[in-house]
Ligand binder design. Structure first.
Ligand code: TGC
Ligand code: FAD
Length: 387
């Protein structure tokens, strides 16, 4: 009997198909060779490594689980594994891929017209057009049903006024999927860079997700033709269904971040000699690392079952909430624990746990805060919304 692998204690890889394993190892190699050597510097410099976009696109990772329009139509487990491997590098990279695929290509594919799909999906898959998703507003993101941004019909156009806040990819996006209130309820619009009345500005001085672009979007009598409205999106359920897709990927991604942190802590404790023995020989360190591995393993099994349910069409959005809540909390706690195990060196960006820990502070807030996911699961259990 072989000893368990520290990164995959329950041999989750053994539950994957050959194709799924192949996709995972391709992205793993990319992260090892192209991301890990440079990401700490990008984080320090508060810079999104956009030079990686062409390779990410060539590997087919953008909108990878969309069928047709030149996209590969991979299953959802493959999509999850891709998120996991990218977030082993940095949450910023996984964010980029989540936003492009789950928050921009998904709504165009699900709610768009044939012309919109033909126009945007192939170029977004190839990374030639970048997207962002505008739902959150300055007055509060947890309750998007009370959004203030509104769109009014004027002849053949819509006129949008309002602002969106904390928008990933905002200033680098060629296209923004913007959700606005109309007289008929929430509707979605494809707002293109350069349209009159539309502008974006970066949010600077972030201590988290520094290797990612986060922006504000402004709509000042922004004119959008009816042809740019998503015709099949009616009501708040449409943007929330996009969140389900992105939250799903995040539930996998957090596992990668945790894995990277444990890796670094494990190497350290084997080398650090204190009180006449390596740290790895002490009970407390072993217990702390064992606890990290226990939590990662639980998250891996949860993510895989979630993925199988998504592929089988039996996944409910509250399943995703439980996984996003559990796995991101796990990632954040593991990153913090590993940061502490590294001692003073752990506060340097030269070690990955503090970078992952800081990133995960955003990840636990965006796509629904931890509290919102607890309350979504609570509502499912009790039948009563307590938001
Ligand atoms: P509620 O009555 O619950 O729902 C309205 C309609 O939508 C349906 N629905 C969903 N459908 C699909 N997926 C989901 N997750 C859904 N949640 C709800 C629901 O069945 C209903 O349908 P119908 O037909 O009955 O009308 O709406 P509510 O106003 O009570 O809100 C509930 C709540 C609080 C759960 C929701 O507002 C929420 O999820 N708030 C959190 C907002 C959030 O997560 N924002 C994220 C913004 S995007 C982002 O953060 C990107 S980060 C990107 C990155 O860099 O990775
Ligand atoms: P609020 O909604 O104001 O919440 C504040 C606090 O109150 C939180 O702790 C929350 O859990 C708690 N709370 C809320 N409701 C309740 C309740 N009923 N009971 C008890 N406690 C409650 N948004 C987009 O639309 N697109 C993006 O691309 C995007 N990217 C992001 C990138 C980053 C780096 C970050 C940090 C955020 C991003 N967001 C994006 C925004 C994100 O989705 C919101 O920050 C999130 O939904 C929370 O909204 P808020 O920050 O306004 O907090």
């Amino acid at each position: 009997m072989e000893s368990p692998n520290v990164h995959d204690f329950y041999n989750v890889a053994g539950l994957l198909s050959d194709d799924e394993r192949q996709v995972q190892s391709m992205v793993r190699r990319f992260v090892d060779e192209r991301v890990l050597p440079t990401i700490a510097k990008a984080f320090e410099d508060h810079r999104f490594p956009s030079e990686l976009i062409p390779t990410i696109a060539e590997m087919g990772l953008l909108g990878c689980n969309i069928d047709g329009y030149d996209c590969p139509g991979l299953n959802n487990v493959c999509y999850g594994l891709i998120c996991q491997e990218l977030e082993r590098g940095d949450s910023g990279l996984r964010s980029f891929v989540s936003v492009q695929g789950s928050l921009c290509m998904y709504p165009i594919h699900t709610y768009g017209s044939d012309e919109q799909k033909q126009r945007w999906l192939p170029s977004m898959h190839r990374g030639r057009a970048i997207g962002c998703f505008g739902l959150t507003e300055p007055d509060g993101g947890s309750d998007p049903g009370t959004m203030k941004t509104h769109a009014k019909r004027q002849g053949g156009d819509w006129v949008i006024n309002g602002a969106k806040m904390w928008i990933t990819n905002g200033t680098i996006a060629d296209v923004a999927i913007v959700w606005a209130m109309t007289d008929e309820g929430v509707r979605g619009f494809i707002v293109e860079k350069g349209m009159t009345g539309y502008s974006a500005r970066d949010i600077l001085r972030k201590m988290s997700l520094r290797a990612s672009v986060t922006s504000e979007l402004f709509f000042d009598n922004c004119r959008v033709p009816e042809a740019n409205r998503l015709p099949k999106a009616a009501g708040l359920g449409a943007p929330l269904s996009c969140l389900t897709q992105a939250r799903y990927g995040i539930a996998w991604g957090a596992i990668g971040a945790a894995e990277a942190c444990v890796d670094e802590a494990l190497t350290f404790v084997k080398q650090r000699v204190l009180f006449g023995r390596p740290l790895s020989h002490t009970q407390t360190i072993q217990r702390r690392l064992a606890d990290c591995v226990r939590r990662i393993t639980t998250a891996q099994l949860l993510a895989l079952q979630l993925g199988r349910m998504k592929d089988a069409g039996t996944m409910h959005h509250s399943h995703v909430s439980l996984a996003k809540w559990n796995n991101v909390r796990m990632g954040l706690d593991v990153a913090r624990e590993c940061r502490d195990i590294l001692g003073a060196g752990g506060i340097s960006v030269e070690c990955c746990p503090i970078r992952h820990m800081l990133n995960l502070e955003s990840v636990i807030t965006y796509e629904g805060t931890e509290t919102i996911h607890e309350l979504i699961v609570g509502r499912e259990i009790t039948g009563v919304g307590a938001f």
